[in-house]
Design a protein around this ligand. Structure first.
Ligand code: DQQ
Length: 642
C-alpha cells in the first residue's frame, strides 16, 4: 500500500468550487447563497401545496427538466442547433452539433489523444452507439454494437463485434452484420440475442429497409461450433415482422431477448408509440419465424413518446442473483425499461408481469416507465441487459455518447463508449429501486492503493489527496454530524441542476470529491452529495455531478446532473467513482443512483488530481477513503492475440 497524504486547503487559500475566470459560474454560486434564507422561509409556506402537487407533477417535471438540460450549451445559452440527421432518419444519434455562435475549440492532438479510455470498451476508431445482442457462448462473452465503420458520426450502421473472457479485456472481431439486403440496406439496427434451451442462438434485429421502414429480421450463427460466432446468416424469409397497421413505419424497432411462457411459446416485446404514448408490443412465437401480435400492449405510458431499446426481465426479490429472462413465479418481479427518444434517457420501473393477460403494471404508478426512475442520471442511453449463465448475474450495458462537438469527434476519429458492465439486482433493502454495481472483474485492474480514514473536511475547504491519475477506482464514505442534521432548517426546493451545482452552499452540502482536477482547480469535475430536509424533518439526499468546470473548452455541453438517492436509517453516505480519462461513472449508496459524465479536460490532462471538498456550512468527515490506480485493459484486434 502506498503512503498516503492529504493536504488541506481552506477557503482563504482557494475558492475550490468556483473557477476564478468563470464569472458566469461565480454568479450562479453567489446568487444561490443570497437566495438561501429567502428560499428556506418561502419553502415552509409552500410545502403543504408542494407535497400535494409534486407527486402528480413528478413525471412532467422530470421530462421538462431534461428538455431544458438538453438545450443548454455552455458559452451560448441561445444556441440553435441543426436538426439531427438521425432523428430525421427515424432514430436517435449524437445530437451535439456546433450551433450558431459556438466556435470549434482548438483541440490539440495531446488533448484528443488523452480522451481515449483505458478500461472502458470502445472500438479502435469511428462511431459506436447502442450495445446489441450481448451473450455468453462457449467460453466467450460477446458484445455487438451499432457501428459506423467509415466515420466518427452516426450513419452506415452495421454490427461491430467484440469478444472477451472476462468482460474487461476485449478482442475486436470483424463486423458481424452489414447492411446488404433490401430489408436492412438503411441500417442493421438494434437487436437482442435469445439463447434457446437447446443451446441455439436466435438473433433478432431491426432493419431499416430500402424505403426506411422499420422491420424485424432474424439471423443465426453460420457455424454454431465456432465459439467466436464470427459469421452470421440472415434468414432467407426476412423480414419476420413488419409494422402492424396502427403503427407508423418508423416507429417499430429494437426487439428484446425472448422469454418462454408456461404455454411453451416464446414472447418478446418491441418498442413503439401511438401519438405521444410510448408503448411496448408483445409478440408470441414458437419458431422465431412466425409470430402472433398479442392484442393490446404489455404497457403504455402517455406523454413519453417513442420507446426505443425496450428491455424486460425478471429480478429476484429474495436472492442476490440474476435470473434467466424466462424465470417467473413467486419471489420474482419484472423490470420494464424504455429509452425515451424524446429526451434520450433510460427509464425503468419495477412491477408485476401477468402472463395470462400479457400485461405488466408498475408497483408505483407515480414512478412509471418514462416518468420515474432512471438507470443513470448522466449521459447514458439505449442500454441492454443479458443474463450471464456462468456467474448467475444480470449484466447491464449502456451507450455513453459524446458531449463534445461532432467536429471534435471527427478530429479525434472516434465517438462513444460503453459503460463498465454493471450487475443489476433488486434493492432488497429499499424495496423501491434497482442497484447497479461494476462487475467484480473490474477490480482485477486495481494497482496501487491509497487508504485513508477519518479526514475532517471543514466548511469551505478542499483536501488534496496524494494520488494522481486519469484511471482510478475511488471509494469514499462520508459522515455528517447528527447535531448538524438536527439543526438544519427545511430545504425542500433543492435540485441538482438548478441549485448552484458544486458552488452552491447549504448547511449540509454540497460535499464530495473533485476528480480530473487541475492543480489550481481551474478544471475539475465534482461528484457530490447534498442533504436537504423537509419540514416534516425527513431528510432527502441528492447525488449530483457538476461538469460545468470540467474543461476550458467552449464547444461542449456541460451539465449539472443528478437526482435523489435513498439513504436508509443507519447508513452512511457512500460513493464509488470510476475515472477513466474522458468518462466519470459514479455509483451512490451501493449503486442505487448512478451518474455518468463525459468530460474533456484541457489542462488537467497533465497530471489530473483528486480532492475532497466541502462547500457546506458544516463540516463533514470522510470516514474512509480507498482509491486504487487502475491499469489499462487489453483491448485490441483478435489477430494480435494469436
Ligand atoms: N439506435 C438504433 C435504433 C435504436 C436507436 C439505430 C437508439 O435501433 O432505436 O442506430 O439509440
Amino acid at each position: 500500500m502506498a503512503m498516503a497524504t492529504a493536504t488541506v486547503r481552506h477557503s482563504e487559500d482557494i475558492e475550490y468550487a468556483q473557477l476564478p475566470e468563470n464569472d458566469r459560474l461565480q454568479a450562479t454560486g453567489k446568487k444561490s447563497r443570497r437566495l438561501w434564507p429567502f428560499l428556506a422561509a418561502f419553502s415552509v409556506l409552500l410545502v403543504v401545496g408542494f407535497i400535494v402537487v409534486s407527486r402528480e407533477d413528478a413525471g412532467k417535471e422530470s421530462l421538462e427538466n431534461q428538455r431544458q438540460e438538453t438545450s443548454r450549451q455552455v458559452g451560448s445559452p441561445e444556441v440553435v442547433r441543426p436538426i439531427s440527421r438521425g432523428k430525421s432518419a427515424g432514430v436517435s444519434e449524437k445530437a451535439v452539433i456546433l450551433g450558431y455562435g459556438v466556435s470549434p475549440y482548438p483541440w490539440t492532438n495531446a488533448m484528443l489523444a488523452w480522451q481515449v479510455t483505458s478500461y472502458h470498451f470502445q472500438p479502435e476508431r469511428n462511431w459506436m452507439n447502442d450495445p446489441n445482442g450481448p451473450l455468453y457462448y462457449k467460453g466467450w462473452y460477446h458484445l455487438f454494437y451499432q457501428y459506423n465503420p467509415d466515420s466518427a458520426v452516426w450513419g452506415n450502421i452495421t454490427w461491430g463485434h467484440t469478444v472477451s473472457k472476462d468482460l474487461i479485456h476485449w478482442l475486436y472481431l470483424d463486423l458481424a452484420m452489414v447492411r446488404d439486403q433490401w430489408y436492412d440496406i438503411n441500417g442493421v439496427w438494434t437487436g437482442s440475442a435469445t439463447l434457446l434451451p437447446t443451446g441455439e442462438i436466435i438473433m433478432l434485429y431491426t432493419g431499416s429497409t430500402n424505403e426506411s421502414v422499420q422491420v424485424q429480421n432474424l439471423a443465426i450463427p453460420a457455424d454454431p461450433s465456432d465459439p467466436l460466432l464470427k459469421d452470421w446468416v440472415k434468414y432467407s424469409g426476412n423480414p419476420v415482422l413488419t409494422p402492424p397497421q396502427e403503427i407508423l413505419p418508423k416507429d417499430f424497432r429494437d426487439p428484446t431477448t425472448a422469454w418462454l411462457g408456461s404455454d411453451g411459446l416464446w414472447r418478446l416485446i418491441i418498442g413503439s408509440k401511438i401519438n405521444k404514448t410510448g408503448i411496448s408490443l408483445v409478440y408470441k412465437t414458437s419458431d422465431f419465424v412466425n409470430y402472433k401480435l398479442v392484442e393490446g400492449v404489455l404497457h403504455a405510458v402517455p406523454g413519453t413518446g417513442m420507446w426505443e431499446c425496450v428491455d424486460f426481465y425478471p429480478v429476484s426479490l429474495t436472492e442476490n442473483v440474476g435470473l434467466d429472462t424466462s424465470v417467473n413465479g413467486p419471489g420474482v418481479k419484472h423490470v420494464l425499461k424504455a429509452s425515451l427518444d424524446d429526451n434520450k434517457h433510460d427509464y425503468y420501473a419495477i412491477g408485476v408481469y401477468d402472463e395470462a393477460t400479457e400485461t405488466w403494471l408498475p408497483d408505483d404508478p407515480v414512478n412509471d416507465v418514462g416518468i420515474g426512475l432512471r438507470y443513470d442520471y448522466g449521459k447514458f442511453y439505449a442500454s441492454k441487459t443479458f443474463y450471464d449463465q456462468v456467474k448467475q448475474r444480470r449484466i447491464l450495458w449502456g451507450w455513453i455518447g459524446e458531449t463534445d462537438s461532432e467536429q471534435a469527434d471527427i478530429q479525434k476519429g472516434w465517438a462513444s463508449l460503453q459503460t463498465i458492465p454493471r450487475v443489476v439486482t433488486y434493492d432488497t433493502k429499499s424495496g423501491t429501486n434497482l442497484v447497479q454495481w461494476p462487475i467484480e472483474e473490474v477490480e482485477s485492474l486495481r494497482t496501487s492503493n491509497v487508504s485513508l480514514d477519518n479526514i475532517k473536511v471543514d466548511p469551505g475547504s478542499v483536501v488534496h489527496v496524494d494520488i494522481n491519475g486519469a484511471q482510478l477506482d475511488v471509494n469514499a464514505v462520508f459522515e455528517v454530524s447528527k447535531e448538524a442534521i438536527k439543526n438544519t432548517e427545511a430545504d425542500v426546493l433543492y435540485n441538482c441542476s438548478t441549485s448552484g451545482g458544486a458552488a452552491g452552499r447549504g448547511v449540509l452540502g454540497p460535499f464530495g470529491l473533485l476528480v480530473l482536477a487541475e492543480e489550481s482547480l481551474s478544471e475539475q469535475t465534482a461528484v457530490y452529495f447534498y442533504i436537504a430536509k423537509g419540514v416534516d424533518g425527513n431528510l432527502q439526499t441528492f447525488f449530483c455531478h457538476d461538469e460545468t468546470r470540467s474543461s476550458k473548452a467552449t464547444d461542449l455541453v456541460e451539465r449539472v446532473y443528478g437526482s435523489t438517492v435513498p439513504v436508509l436509517s443507519g447508513e452512511k453516505l457512500s460513493v464509488r467513482i470510476l475515472v477513466d480519462h474522458s468518462i466519470v461513472e459514479s455509483f451512490a449508496q451501493g449503486g442505487r443512483t448512478c451518474i455518468t459524465s463525459r468530460v474533456y479536460p484541457t489542462r488537467a490532462i497533465y497530471g489530473p488530481r483528486l480532492f475532497l471538498f466541502n462547500n457546506a456550512s458544516t463540516s463533514v468527515t470522510v470516514t474512509s477513503l480507498n482509491i486504487w490506480q487502475m491499469t489499462s485493459a487489453l483491448i485490441h484486434p483478435f489477430e494480435q492475440s494469436s
